[in-house]
Design a protein around this ligand. Structure first.
Ligand SMILES: *[C@@H]1O[C@H](CO)[C@@H](O)[C@H](O)[C@H]1NC(C)=O
Ligand SMILES: *[C@@H]1O[C@H](CO)[C@@H](O)[C@H](O)[C@H]1NC(C)=O
Length: 240
């Protein structure tokens, strides 16, 4: 009886998504990227919360479902004797390679995941709600019928001047209109606090036109969320 119960428990753990997903992070940018990872509230921390990937480099980590959290890339970080001091974009202000529970300071392109979520499925998206700093794609592996979500355009090159974050002559990141203007219309707050009262704006359309598969603002249409059956592995590519 006891043994049968244990087998049942084990089976329910397996079918409820208590598997581990393998994440491969690849840097195809012509510059070094410092990926950061933030686990959501209630999710177990990942084995590491930050990496350094030279151009062309990759790393693999495994994450136990259920889990939710986000990945992003930091750029132009200054390294001082092995310690990170500061990154020009996507900084998490930890002063280290690991972000240790700190998130990206916007603007930053985010790859967001819920593993083993509603219905035991995985949900993932690319979000430009906090702005853009570098192109990212999410490629599921090992399960048929799961879509690739990609924001491969360099939004910095089409960023309106009012949203642009510059370093020298170049735009290194593009703020969301919410971040730049803090207004209810762009942040979908106050009387704009519902999908029906917060339509796209001329600013959010700049992001949507460049990266149609990504969330361009808080109440963007739900086509930007992708779903995959449990048990998939994922590749996150910087500059796909
Ligand atoms: C601007 O870019 C240069 C070259 O990539 C970098 O060394 C520097 O730290 C950046 N400036 C700021 C303010 O982050
Ligand atoms: C959007 O509209 C505002 C107000 O009319 C204007 O100031 C801004 O330049 C426009 N932005 C873009 C990207 O067209």
């Amino acid at each position: 009886m006891m043994e049968r119960f244990q087998v049942f428990l084990l089976l329910s753990l397996i079918t409820s998504g208590a598997h581990s997903a393998s994440f491969t992070l690849i840097n195809r940018c012509p510059y070094t990227v410092w990926p950061g990872i933030l686990s959501g509230g209630g999710s177990r921390p990942t084995p590491s919360t930050g990496y350094v990937l030279g151009s062309g480099a990759s790393t693999v980590l495994s994450i136990h479902a259920p889990w939710s959290g986000r990945f992003w890339g930091r750029t132009q970080c200054t390294n001082n004797g092995g310690r990170l001091v500061v990154c020009t974009t996507g900084d998490c202000a930890s002063g280290q390679v690991g972000c240790n529970g700190a998130g990206a300071i916007p603007p930053a392109t985010l790859a967001e995941f819920t593993l083993g979520g509603y219905g035991g499925k995985d949900y993932y998206d690319i979000s430009l709600v906090d702005g853009f700093n570098l192109p990212i794609s999410i490629t599921p592996r090992g399960r048929p019928g799961c879509g690739v979500s990609s924001c491969s355009r360099n939004v910095n090159s089409v960023c309106p001047g009012q949203l642009s974050v510059r370093n020298g002559s170049g735009t290194v990141a593009c703020k969301s209109a919410c971040l730049a203007f803090h207004s209810p219309q762009y942040c979908c707050t106050g009387s704009y606090g519902q999908p029906s009262t917060c339509p796209p704006t001329n600013f959010s359309r700049v992001f949507k036109n460049a990266c149609p598969q990504a969330y361009s603002y808080a109440y963007d249409d739900k086509t930007s969320t992708f779903t995959c059956g449990t048990g998939a592995d994922y590749t996150i590519t910087f500059c796909p």
